[in-house]
Write a protein of this length. Structure first.
Length: 192
């Protein structure tokens, strides 16, 4: 998928990496509103590493709600930077943040935008967007609420990029702990 050419669009090449979902389609629409060329690589856990990611060269990599690990060699293909929209606050690095937040009876959750480096959910944080968890309190409801917040934050960051403004530097810090799916399952199953 590539956006149509328009003289009002930025001559910037984006690679959008994300889960195979309508949320990534919405992220594509956001990026396509400012850039001439947006390549999309949708990925599902367990599938092979997308050739579109391996072979791409351009300006910005945007990882949107994706748990695909991008090695340093791929991150180096982005001339201007690689940023991730992590669907959890910095205290929930890794996977399973939705389940952990509900298990811990958190009243707030968040999304984190950060520069990517070779370590998962580790690079300098650009912005954190916190929000109250809706009363529904299911993983599916929190996942949808978080996706909406990720889109809002994506729009804010892409607007800064389009206007050639520097990306902010957040004072938020990542937790030292990186959660795995197996660990989250064990935590949640112990208290059922």
């Amino acid at each position: 998928m590539a956006s149509s050419e328009s003289p009002s669009l930025l001559p910037v090449k984006f690679l959008l990496v994300g889960e195979d979902s309508a949320w990534v389609d919405a992220a594509y629409a956001c990026l396509s509103s400012v850039a001439r060329q947006v390549t999309v690589a949708k990925w599902r856990r367990g599938s092979t590493f997308p050739a579109a990611v391996r072979d791409w060269r351009g300006d910005w990599i945007v990882s949107f709600k994706s748990d695909l690990y991008l090695p340093q060699v791929v991150l180096g293909h982005a001339r201007l930077g690689a940023i991730n929209f992590h669907p959890a606050p910095p205290r929930y690095r890794g996977l399973g943040g939705y389940s952990l937040a509900l298990h811990n009876s958190d009243t707030t959750f968040g999304v984190t935008c950060h520069h990517m480096d070779e370590t998962l959910d580790h690079g300098p944080i650009i912005a954190v967007r916190e929000f109250p968890i809706l009363p529904c309190r299911t993983v599916a409801a929190l996942r949808a609420q978080t996706a909406i917040e990720c889109l809002h934050l994506l729009h804010e960051v892409v607007t800064l990029i389009a206007m050639a403004h520097p990306l902010p530097v957040s004072t938020a810090a990542w937790s030292d702990h990186l959660f795995t799916i197996a660990e989250v399952k064990q935590i949640v199953d112990q208290h059922v």
